[in-house]
Design a protein around this ligand. Structure first.
Ligand code: NOJ
Length: 537
C-alpha cells in the first residue's frame, strides 16, 4: 500500500464538531476545542478525522444546511483555525476529511437568496427546483414527493409584498433547498469548492447524500422507480469529481449512500468514480452471526469486483448508538424505524459493542469510529422535548425521536456535567446524562487494570494500535471452521473470533493479542471477541 492510498486501510474518526470539545465556553464544540484534543486522537491511534460540516450555517440541520461552502461558521472559529487544525493534524499523523453537502444548501445561501429575489423563470432560480404549484391558485405542491425528514418536499415562496409564489424542492428540511444538478453552474461551483479545500490541504471529502443529487426533470408522482435516488446520471458528477481529486495525489472521495443493493453500490466504486462508500448494511445488521457473515461476504465480494476497499462502520451521527441497539431485543436498525420505546440492557449492549469493535477492526478495509464509540456512550433517549433540536423530531411532531440522542456532547473529565466538554458552569447545547461520569476519558484512562480487558477507551486504544501493528493491509479474510453462532476468520497471521452464541467456545491455537472480555478458563464467553496471533513471528 503506497502513501497515496492510505485510505484503503485507514481508521477514520468521525468528529461531530458541535459535540466534541468546546474551547470558548459557549456550550457548543469548536475548532479550538478540537485543536486542544488532537493529541488525544493521535494517541487513540486513528489515521484520519472526518469533520461534520463546519461551514457558516443557520444550523437548521446541524450544519448540513450550508450558507457558504468556503468559510467556517463563527461558532466554530474561522479559516485560520481550520488551516492551523489541518497543519497540526498533519504534524501528528492525522489526515483531515471534510463533509461536502452537494444535494442542497441553506436557504440563507447567497444563490438561494438571489433566486428568491430574481423571480420565476430567472437563471438564478434555474440553479434550484422552483415550480408553480398545482390547483387554480397554485396552492398545491407541484407533486406529492415527501421530505426525508417528514412532511412535503416542497415549500411555497412568499414575495416581498406577501403574495404566494412558486414552490421549491427540498428533499430534507424546508431550510435546505435542493440544487439542480442539471445546471452547469452548480457543477462548476462544486468542482471549484473541492479545489478550494484540497488547496488548503484537506485529504478527502465525505459526500453527503451522494446518491440523491440528480432528479427526474419530469418530477413524476411517487409510486414508480425513485425519481431521485441512485439515478444513472449521478455518476457523471462523480467522474468529474474524480478528475479533480486525481490532480491532488492521496485525496479520497467517500460517498454517503444508503443503498442496500450491493450491485448498485458497486457502480459508485468504478475506477473513475469514488474511492470508497459507507457500508450501511453492516451497520444495520442485527447482532447475529449468520446475518453478519452474509453481509461481510456480500460486502467483500462486491468490493473485490470493483477493486475497492470495503469500509466498516457501527455508528454515526444519524443512527442510534450501537451500545443501545445491541442491548435491545431487536438489534437491527433502520433509518425509518428509530424506536426509543424498547427496553435497553446497557450492560449487554456494552459487552456486545466491545466484541463488535474487535470484529469490525479485524475486517479488511477501512474502519470508522464515531466519536464516543471509544467511550461506550449509549443513545440518550430521554432528552427533554424542549431541548431537542433535530428537524426530524420537529417535522414528525415527535413520532420519530430523531438523532439528538447520538449527538450529545462528549464527557471528558470530572464528575458532573459538562464533564470537561465546556468550562465549568457552561451549559452544553444538549444535556449529558449524569451517569456519564463513569464514562469520561479521565475515568476510563485512570481505570486500566493490569492484564484485564480494561475500559472501552483502553480497548479501543489497544485495538487500534494492535490493528496497525499486526494486520497486513492486503491480507484477505478466510473463514475458519466454527460452531453455529461464532464468527471466526484469519487474516494473514492473525485470527479473529467473535462469539455470538449462548455458550463459551474454544479458541484456535495461538497467542491472544487482545480480547474484549475476560476469558474463562481459556474459553471465549458469549458476546466476546478475541484476536490471536496464529503464526509465530
Ligand atoms: C446525511 C447526513 O449525515 C445527515 O445528518 C443530514 O441530515 C442529511 N444527510 C441531509 O444533509
Amino acid at each position: 500500500m503506497t502513501q497515496s492510498s492510505w485510505w484503503r486501510h485507514a481508521a477514520i474518526y468521525e468528529l461531530y464538531v458541535r459535540s466534541f470539545a468546546d474551547g470558548d465556553g459557549d456550550g457548543t464544540g469548536d475548532l479550538a476545542g478540537v485543536r486542544a484534543r488532537l493529541p488525544y486522537l493521535a494517541d487513540l491511534g486513528v489515521d484520519a478525522i472526518w469533520f461534520s460540516p463546519w461551514y457558516p450555517s443557520p444550523m437548521s440541520d446541524a450544519g448540513y444546511d450550508v450558507a457558504d461552502y468556503r468559510s467556517i461558521d463563527p461558532v466554530f472559529g474561522n479559516l485560520a483555525d481550520a488551516d492551523a487544525l489541518i497543519a497540526e493534524g498533519h504534524a501528528l499523523g492525522l489526515r483531515t476529511i471534510i463533509d461536502i453537502v452537494p444535494n442542497h444548501c441553506s436557504d440563507r445561501h447567497r444563490w438561494f437568496q438571489a433566486a428568491l429575489a430574481a423571480g420565476p423563470g430567472s437563471p438564478e432560480r434555474a440553479r434550484f427546483w422552483f415550480r408553480p404549484g398545482r390547483g387554480p391558485g397554485g396552492e398545491l405542491p407541484p407533486n406529492g414527493w415527501r421530505s426525508e425528514f417528514g412532511g412535503p418536499a416542497w415549500t411555497r415562496t412568499t414575495g416581498p409584498d406577501g403574495t404566494a409564489g412558486e414552490w421549491y424542492l427540498h428533499l430534507f428540511a424546508a431550510e435546505q433547498p435542493d440544487f439542480n444538478w442539471a445546471n452547469p453552474e452548480v457543477r462548476a461551483e462544486f468542482e471549484d469548492i473541492l479545489r478550494f479545500w484540497f488547496d488548503r490541504g484537506v485529504d478527502g471529502v465525505r459526500i453527503d447524500s451522494a446518491a440523491l443529487l440528480t432528479k427526474d426533470p419530469a418530477l413524476p408522482e411517487p409510486g414508480g422507480p425513485s425519481p431521485y435516488t441512485d439515478r444513472d446520471d449521478v455518476h457523471d458528477i462523480y467522474r468529474a469529481w474524480r478528475k479533480v481529486a486525481d490532480e491532488y495525489p492521496g485525496r479520497v472521495l467517500i460517498g454517503e449512500i444508503w443503498l442496500g443493493d450491493a450491485a448498485r453500490l458497486a457502480r459508485y466504486l468504478r475506477r473513475d468514480e469514488l474511492h470508497t462508500v459507507f457500508n450501511f448494511p453492516y451497520l444495520c445488521c442485527p447482532w447475529d452471526a449468520a446475518e453478519l457473515r452474509a453481509v461481510i461476504d456480500r460486502t467483500l465480494e462486491f468490493h473485490a469486483a470493483a477493486s475497492a476497499p470495503a469500509t466498516w462502520v457501527l455508528s454515526n451521527h444519524d443512527v442510534d448508538r450501537h451500545v443501545s441497539r445491541y442491548g435491545r431485543a431487536d438489534t437491527s436498525f433502520g433509518l425509518d424505524r428509530r424506536d426509543h420505546s424498547q427496553p435497553v440492557d446497557l450492560e449487554l449492549g456494552t459487552r456486545r459493542a466491545r466484541a463488535a469493535a474487535l470484529l469490525t477492526m479485524a475486517l479488511p478495509g477501512s474502519v470508522y469510529v464515531y466519536q464516543g464509540d471509544e467511550l461506550g456512550l449509549w443513545e440518550v433517549e430521554d432528552i427533554p422535548d424542549e431541548r431537542r433540536q433535530d428537524p426530524i423530531w420537529h417535522r414528525t411532531s415527535g413520532a420519530d425521536p430523531g438523532r439528538d440522542g447520538s449527538r450529545v456532547p462528549l464527557p471528558w473529565s470530572g464528575v458532573e456535567p459538562p464533564f470537561g466538554f465546556s468550562p465549568p458552569g457552561a451549559e452544553p447545547w444538549l444535556p449529558q446524562p449524569k451517569e456519564w461520569r463513569e464514562l469520561t476519558v479521565e475515568a476510563q484512562s485512570a481505570a486500566v487494570p493490569s492484564g484485564g480487558p480494561g475500559s472501552m477507551l483502553e480497548l479501543y486504544r489497544r485495538a487500534l494500535h494492535v490493528r496497525r501493528a499486526e494486520f497486513v493491509p492486503a491480507a484477505e479474510l478466510t473463514w475458519l471452521p466454527a460452531p453455529d453462532g461464532v464468527l471466526a476468520f484469519g487474516r494473514g497471521g492473525v485470527a479473529c473470533v467473535a462469539n455470538l452464541s449462548a455458550g463459551p467456545v474454544e479458541l484456535p491455537r495461538g497467542e491472544v493479542l487482545l480480547a474484549s472480555g475476560s476469558l474463562a478458563g481459556g474459553l471465549l464467553p458469549p458476546d466476546t471477541a478475541a484476536w490471536l496471533r496464529t503464526v509465530s513471528r
